[in-house]
Design a protein around this ligand. Structure first.
Ligand SMILES: [Zn+2]
Length: 94
């Protein structure tokens, strides 16, 4: 007997989804920002982990030195923002 694959309501199916061996993936959601563009994809892995994949396209200063500084600073601040957004106290309402 074959089990019918059930997709989460947000799964993009077709070429986005690689379940059951791979991952359920939403269609990427992209929006323009003041700094460039942000692209978000929701994922449910084969082992049941819920994830958010983010890709940021960031315009940098045209000079190499400033661009390098902006790139490092941006990466650190993105890491801090994600750490803050995913801290345990925000996971479930008390
Ligand atoms: Zn799926």
């Amino acid at each position: 007997m074959t089990r019918r694959l059930t997709h989460p309501h947000w799964c993009g199916r077709h070429h986005h989804c690689t379940a059951p061996a791979g991952e359920h993936r939403s269609a990427p959601l992209a929006w323009p920002t003041a700094y460039g563009r942000l692209i978000a994809t929701r994922v449910l892995t084969a082992d049941g982990r819920h994830r958010l994949e983010l890709r940021a396209v960031v315009d940098l200063d045209p000079t190499e030195q400033a661009a390098g500084r902006q790139a490092r600073h941006t990466a650190v601040l993105v890491d801090l923002a994600v750490r803050r957004a995913t801290r345990p106290s925000l996971q479930r309402p008390a």
